[in-house]
Write a protein that binds this ligand. Structure first.
Ligand SMILES: [Zn+2]
Length: 166
């Protein structure tokens, strides 16, 4: 099965099994493989512990049981997360920025309300803007989404975040 690569960046989506929990992910040079949890070392979703393994399983049987668990439990969950991000990467990026107050492109803290509303820090806004100005890969849907984010960043009617952007 091939999957469309996700644009590089940081994303947040609800846990597919528990919508009250937010899960955060980093995508870099996406090859369609497993997503990296953010921050690194974080763990989201179903986990298999040694105590969960049926007693007395050894060798190949044990390996097959573990493989089956991943195929029926973990991998479907991972796929749902990926599909949720792929359905709307811009929204998932903004959700990451809102949830963490960090830039959804470089993960630096966002200190200004306009940046928090855009989900991008000033440096990343400039990079995205420069890319758009060069007319680089305008057909690239990721670039189109980033332009939409930049447009939003330049709006002046934004309501500041409640914390004042410390
Ligand atoms: Zn940034």
């Amino acid at each position: 099965m091939t999957t469309t690569p996700l644009p590089d960046g940081y994303y947040a989506v609800p846990d597919p099994d528990d919508p009250t929990t937010t899960t955060c992910w980093r995508v870099k040079d996406d090859s369609g493989g497993a997503l990296a949890a953010s921050p690194s070392g974080a763990h989201y979703g179903p986990a298999l512990y040694k105590r969960d393994l049926p007693k007395g399983l050894r060798g190949r049987e044990r390996g097959e049981w573990i493989t089956a668990w991943y195929q029926t439990v973990r991998h479907p969950w991972d796929r749902k997360v990926r599909e949720a991000i792929a359905a709307d990467p811009e929204a998932a990026g903004l959700r990451f920025a809102e949830y963490t107050h960090h830039c959804c492109r470089c993960n630096q803290p966002l200190t200004v309300p306009a940046s928090q509303a855009a989900g991008l820090g000033p440096d990343c806004v400039e990079i995205v803007r420069a890319k758009a100005a060069r007319g680089a890969v305008l057909a690239d849907s990721a670039t189109a989404r980033q332009r939409a984010i930049v447009d939003r960043a330049t709006r002046t009617d934004l309501v500041p975040a409640p914390n004042g952007g410390a």
